[in-house]
Design a protein around this ligand. Sequence first.
Ligand code: NCD
Ligand code: ZN
Length: 344
Amino acid sequence: MTQITLRRPDDWHLHLRDGAMLRAVTPETARHFGRAIIMPNLMPPVVTGAQAADYRERIRAGIPEGSDFTPLMTLYLTEETDPADVAKAKAQGIITAVKLYPAGATTNSASGVRDFDKVRPVLETMAEHGIPLCVHGEVVDGDVDIFDREAVFIDRVLDPIRRATPGLRVVMEHITTKDGVDYARAGGDTLGATITTHHLVINRNHILVGGIKPHYYCLPVAKRETHRQTLLEAATSGDKSFFLGTDSAPHTDPNKESACGCAGCFTATNTMSVLAEVFEQQGALDRLEAFTSLNGPAFYGLAPNEARITLEKGDAVRYPEKIETGDGPVTVFDPGFPLHWRVV
Ligand code: NCD
Ligand code: ZN
């Protein structure tokens, strides 16, 4: 096969930031993607419907002329979130989902949830109105090893939340382990899981062997190779539970290449070429569309995009090593192998 046409893909987990960074990275996603679920972890976070509406306007201002890219907004769940504000923001078409960060789990998550009982009324309202909860699934307890935090979260937090709030639609975001894959597979219609581009490519050796590679450091941190293999099987299986959420998370090079570097891989620019390569290596190019363009909308109760994109196989495709932003350069994810599929 040397050409493949897909429904325009969507990104079900994306960081666009704000200001100069937003203006630089939004076109990178809008080039190939139809819609994206926009993460609310700004400083300060997007916690009310009014703030989400304002943020959406700032994003719209950064979308290139002629692009039909649609940002789907989320609210950042805090212990103070008002269930009525969430229901209203959904009814007004401002938000698509609500994001749960355990306090301290990742970049800008200090306002996240500590006591999950405190957000029960919001979760009940969301179940009633069919508003999905997007979950950063890692515990933050200092006594839990960082490589075990996803598995422990499923047992200690996620499963109890789902049992206590039947009907709540949950997206396990950026799963990185076999534990995550197994739990998502068994979760039925109310449970979905996103998988990032980079977690299909790197394992923890990529971060740590031969010198520390800050541009491969993200959260949840990449795990051992057996977990990556399980993620690959899940993403290429066609199973409706699994869909693309790139978690493209730009940080400037000085913030990554530091004694205390930020977590996040920036994959917006070359995600479709990387995924086509990976799916081809797995003999699963015919299931790429399910992962990037069909399973996500189905979970969110939305129609797939009508527009199509075509990828063509040829000589190695070159992407810029960095994109320039008003805040400084941002390094584009390097998969470590040549890419042959170009979006035409
Ligand atoms: C994200 C960021 O930089 O905002 N970083 C990351 O490593 N994925 C936060 C997140 O989604 O965890
Ligand atoms: Zn993220």
